[in-house]
Design a protein around this ligand. Sequence first.
Ligand code: HMG
Ligand code: MG
Length: 295
Amino acid sequence: MMPTTVSIFEVGARDGLQNEVAVTTQAKLQLIADLAASGLTRIEAGSFVSPKWVPQMADSADIFTQMPRVKGVTYSALTPNLKGFELALASGADEVAIFGAASESFSQKNINCSIDESIERFIPLMQIAKQHSIPVRGYVSCVLGCPYEGHIEVNEVARVSEILYKMGCYEISLGDTIGVGTPVNARRMVEAVAKVVPVEKLALHFHDTYGQALANIFACLDMGIATFDASVAGLGGCPYAKGASGNLATEDLVYMLHGMGIETGIDLNKLATAGNNISQIIGRKSASKVANALA
Ligand code: HMG
Ligand code: MG
């Protein structure tokens, strides 16, 4: 059955801006305020990773301490390890996300350790998050393919997802990091993961490199998943997945869902304006077809 309401997890300020030319803290604060004003209630606002690895996110503590909070909005941070978690906590993040991968090579390139080592590092983070009642989201990367290994077995995606879920992640976001997936494969992957993690605890995070993200989401919409990650203006990519483009543009997702009579709580025009403004600052056209059509 199709959902009547969908929850959108906005990753533009993190997954998007981590892989664009660096913008000022002020520009990020404006973007985050605009996103909240459009009706988005789940906003990933930054990431506490090594500034040597991802300099674009080096001002995340400033973002979290300076941004005006809108009631009802959850501001989330990406945290690879305990150090990142402690920085996020000190900056007032409402929730954090850990990130693992279904590909050994990608895990090494992205977080400099094996899949098993990454899970070991998450254990103390999960314990401290629990003590502070901070919800933790879990990402799994490369669920439909890897830039280094190519094909990824769905069983490996299911294995890592189950571990993160059992560790206490409240939701598992399945990432097609390089946007290579196609609808039938996406469904098969979700079917495999749904055997070990309740389907309503899954989210889909599709980069749109090959233009398949919307089709993939449509293919999975009747499977019981009602949470999708998206990036305003299609911002971003992944610094450790060469050639990857941004996530599906939030505007395009909202347009499709509203067209199907599915509620999101988002004002599409306000969202498109937010995306157009940040695209102008970055100096490129919005990657959202819908935003360009509306303009
Ligand atoms: P490492 O070099 O192995 O870490 O990096 P280390 O523990 O050996 O520490 C080395 C240095 O980093 C030390 O500083 C630490 O203090 C510092 P030094 O003594 O050299 O001055 N350090 C930190 N600094 C700030 N924040 C921290 C932190 N941790 C250590 N949290 C590490 C390991 C994980 C830190 C590194 O590999 C890293 O930062 N990786 C992040 C990569 C990243 O951000 N990738 C993009 C996000 S993931 C993504 O986009 C995918 C997703 O969207 C889903 C999808 O699409 O699939 C989520
Ligand atoms: Mg991503």
